[in-house]
Design a protein around this ligand. Sequence first.
Ligand code: XMP
Length: 516
Amino acid sequence: PVLVVDFGAQYAQLIARRVREAGVYSELVPHTATAAEIAERNPVGIILSGGPSSVYEEGAPQLDAGVFDLGVPTLGICYGFQFMAKTLGGEVANTGLREYGATDATIVTDNVLLGDQPVEQNVWMSHGDQVSAAPAGFEVLARTAATPVAAFADDVRKFYGVQWHPEVKHSDHGQHVLENFLHKAAGLASDWNSDNVIAEQVEKIRAQIGTGRVISALSGGVDSAVSTALVHKAVGDQLTAVFIDHGLLRKGEREQVENDYVASTGVRLITVDARETFLNALAGVSDPEQKRKIIGREFIRAFEKVQQDLIAEAAAEGDPIGFLVQGTLYPDVVESGGGTGTANIKSHHNVGGLPEDLQFELVEPLRALFKDEVRAIGRELGLPEAIVGRQPFPGPGLGIRIVGEVTADRLEILRDADAIARAELTKAGLDGEIWQCPVVLLADVRSVGVQGDGRTYGHPIVLRPVSSEDAMTADWTRLPYDVLSKISNRITNEVRDVNRVVLDVTSKPPGTIEWE
Ligand code: XMP
C-alpha cells in the first residue's frame, strides 16, 4: 500500500481517499509507528499528512526519522512538508505571515510533481510556519507571495513536498499533484478498483466461511446492503438476511429492501414486523437518550428472537450458524485503533447496536473501505440506486426525529413531510451537494397559522440540510430559495397538522446534525 502517516486533525483520511481515487490502495498509519513497523507493511509510497501543530511546538507530533532511509518515495503535505524540511536539514520559520484559504501559487521549476499544470494556480493553504530554506539536494518548485518555498523535490531520493493541501477540492490541481506523485514519481499503476475489490473480497469471504451458515441484519442503509450483497455473491444461500421493520423507517424503505434489493441480489430475506412492539415500548417517552436506549434494546430483542428461530432451523438440518455479517467501514477501524496494527480492535455496531455477546464470528467485507468505495461496489453489484445512493440515516430512525413522544400518527406526519423534502431535493439535483437532510417534527410545539378561512394550531417541521465530509463537523447547506420554497409549500399544503416549515441554520459544532 501507500501509507499515509497521520499527523492528526482528520487530514489523513481524506488523503487516503484521494490516493484510492487515483487507483492506488492506501492505508493510514499513526505518526507514532516506527520505521521498522512502517517497513514491515511494504509501502510503495509514503505520504506525510498535515496536522494542527507547529513543528517547533512542544509535543508536536514526530515521526521516526528512519522512515526517510527506507528508500520509499515520499510526499510531505503541509505539516508533513515542514516536518520533512526540518528533519532533512532545511529550515522552518515562524515569520508571522499566515496563509489561510485560497492562495495563488507560482510554479518556478519544471518538475514531475507539478508537471502538466498551469504555472499560476489556485491552491488551498492553512499554515502559520513556513519552510524558509529547502534541505540540501532539494529544488524549490513553487512559491507564493508569503512563502518562498511552497513546494520542493529531490528527484534522486524521490522526496517531494507541498505546503498546500492537494487533497482538498479547493486546490484546483490538487488531485493532479497526488497523481503525479503516485503514477509518475513513484511509478505506481492504477489497479485499485471496484472489480478487483469485489473479486478479492469474494475469495476472502469464501475462505472464511467455507460451508458454514451466515446471517446478516439489513438496515436499509448502504453499508449493510453492500456487505450483505458481497457475502451473498460469495456464498449464496448459505446466507440469510434479516430485516427488522421497527416502524421508524422512512416512506418506501421497507419496499425498497423487500422488493428492489431482493430482486437485484437474490438474497434470502426474512422480514420481522416489529412495528407494534417498538411503538408500545416507546409509548410515553420523550427523552432522547431513553428513546435511543429503548430502540436499541428492542432491536436486539427482535434480532435475538429471529436468530433463535434460524439457529433452531439450521441445527435441525445439522448445520449451525457460525457467522454474522457486519458492515464495518475503514474509518470505524481506524478510529478504534485497528488501523495501526497494534491497538486493540473493537467492533462497531452499525445496525442500531447488535447484541454484544453473539456467539458468532464476524464477517466484515468492508473493513478496508471508505464510504464512497462501498457505494461504487454496490453499484457494480447492481444494487438499486435508491439504496446505494442513500444518505446517512441514523439507526434509531425517525424515532429521534420526532421531538416529543413517538406515536403512529406522528410518524405518519413525519414520513409524509420527509418524503416531500427528499423528492424535491432529488428533483433539484441537490443530492450530491448535501451530506444529509434530516427532517424533524417538533411534535411538542404548536404555532398559530391560517389556512383557507380558518385559524390553525399545528406543528412545525424543521429542515436540517447539512454539508459535510465525515459528519464530525458540518455546515448548513445554502439551499436555493426556490427549492426551499417549493418544499415549504408542498409540506404545508399536503401534510396534515403541519402549518409551518423552518430552516435550521446551525453548523456542527455547536449543533449536532440530528436534533436528538
Ligand atoms: P450527530 O447528530 O451526532 O450525527 O451530529 C452524526 C451522524 O451520525 C448519524 N447518527 C447515527 N447513526 N446510529 C447511527 O447509525 C445512531 O444512533 C445515530 N445518531 C446519529 C447522523 O444521522 C449523522 O449522519
